[in-house]
Design a protein around this ligand. Structure first.
Ligand code: CAA
Length: 379
């Protein structure tokens, strides 16, 4: 057993830390306040190979492993959770399923464009009536000659309006339950496809979250991803990987909140000495650091399983469940340590607290993770 990072993982961590500190952290508060999608970061991240970390170089990726990928998401989230989710939705939820299930032509066209950062990706499963019950989607896809006609709508789509490519699930056989759902690769300019208004969210405000509308939207037959009827399984397998990414995001938010709390506790003087000397503060710091370390072990282990061809459905769910709940707790304690100042927008812990909450909700609520874990444990 080896708990150390490889030389390559260490190099990637150093590189992304530098990038996050110099380019992301300085704008994080501003883009959150203004709900501004940080489009200027995308070419910079593409240049550093951060838009396709776990894909082979021949497809435009960095050729690194999934442990490196979670390190990237963690370090980005430590500075800015919005930036982290832009990268994780793009990588885990759009590029990965095309890489895993696409034809050679689809991979050459899309994985290469996405992993190199020339294109941005998104994933559209959720519908107004199909959130946790992902199989209840009503969007349809009907084959008409050599085209599919898509009808229906999707909601809460990360990178909506900024993505060039969307993975979209729709029913191709309404009588077959989850086996009647198929997945498609939809280009942003497909006729009949429109993007709705951005949501006004509690956190991750710089990331774009929109509905999508399909009205007799025609896409070529070749846009089918995998086989007809395999879309639900593709979505579930995609989410297994996506959940490791969200867990890494939660971990980074928590680490960023701890960093801020430690710095503040050392400089804030009350009763004539820094509050870091007070046991009440030290106990909170100790609990935060311990929980973060436990979360990190789960997150890295889930990514390591994926790298080593081992099952990771349960491990991803455990990592996401634990890291997300740790993130919210740690961010809450970071505010507690800051006292009233932590409740103001002048300190980053306020943003961390709002950003942490989403990690308990998207890519499966904590209750869904418990369902998955219980199912695997009781089987
Ligand atoms: N891997 C492979 N196959 C899987 C699977 C997995 N992890 N999970 C389920 N399946 C398969 C099952 O084996 C079954 O296959 P068969 O037909 O061959 O038997 C089929 O899928 C149906 O499985 P279930 O009966 O378990 O499905 P269900 O309808 O009971 O759903 C659920 C289970 C876990 C609740 C699922 O609906 C779920 O994960 N819900 C949460 C959805 C979710 O995470 N949404 C996030 C949206 S994306 C988002 O948030 C992104 C963003 O923008 C950042």
């Amino acid at each position: 057993m080896d708990f150390g990072l490889s030389e390559e993982q260490q190099l990637i961590q150093d590189m992304v830390k530098d990038f996050a500190a110099s380019e992301v952290a300085p704008i994080a508060a501003e883009i959150d306040r203004d709900h501004r999608f940080p489009a200027e970061l995308l070419p910079q991240m593409a240049k550093l190979n951060l838009m396709g970390v776990p894909f082979p170089e021949e497809f435009g990726g960095a050729g690194a492993d999934n442990v490196s990928y979670v390190i990237v998401l963690e370090e980005l989230a430590r500075a800015c959770a919005s930036t982290s989710v832009i990268v994780s939705a793009h990588t885990s939820l759009c590029t990965w399923p095309i890489f895993a299930f696409g034809t050679q032509e689809q991979k050459e066209k899309y994985v290469t464009g996405l992993a190199s950062g020339e294109m941005l990706g998104a994933f559209a499963l959720t519908e107004p009536g199909a959130g946790t019950d992902a199989a209840a989607g009503k969007a349809t896809a009907v084959l008409d000659g050599d085209e599919y006609i898509l009808n229906g709508s999707k909601i809460f789509i990360t990178n909506g309006g900024f993505a060039d490519v969307y993975i979209v699930t729709a029913m191709t056989d309404q009588s077959a339950g989850t086996r009647g759902i198929s997945a498609f690769i939809v280009d942003k300019d497909a006729p009949g496809f429109t993007v709705g208004e951005r949501e006004h969210k509690m956190g991750i405000k710089a990331s774009s979250t929109t509905p999508l509308y399909f009205s007799d939207c025609r896409i070529p037959k070749s846009a089918l991803l995998g086989q007809e009827g395999k879309g639900f399984k593709i979505a579930m397998q995609t989410l297994d990987g996506g959940r490791i990414g969200v867990a890494a995001q939660a971990l980074g938010i928590a680490q960023g909140a701890l960093d801020a709390a430690v710095a503040y506790a050392k400089e804030r003087v009350q009763f004539g000495k820094p509050i870091a000397t007070l046991q009440a503060i030290q106990w909170m710091i100790a609990d935060m650091a311990t929980e973060i370390e436990a979360a990190r072990l789960l997150v890295y282990r889930a990514a390591w399983n994926k790298d080593n061809g081992l099952p990771y459905t349960k491990e991803a769910a455990m990592a996401k469940l634990f890291a997300a709940e740790v993130s919210t707790r740690v961010a809450g304690k970071a505010i507690q340590i800051h006292g009233g100042y932590g409740f103001t927008e002048s300190y980053s812990v306020e943003r961390a607290y709002r950003d942490a909450k989403i990690t308990e909700l998207y890519e499966g609520t904590s209750e869904v993770q418990r369902l998955v874990i219980a199912g695997a444990t009781l089987r």
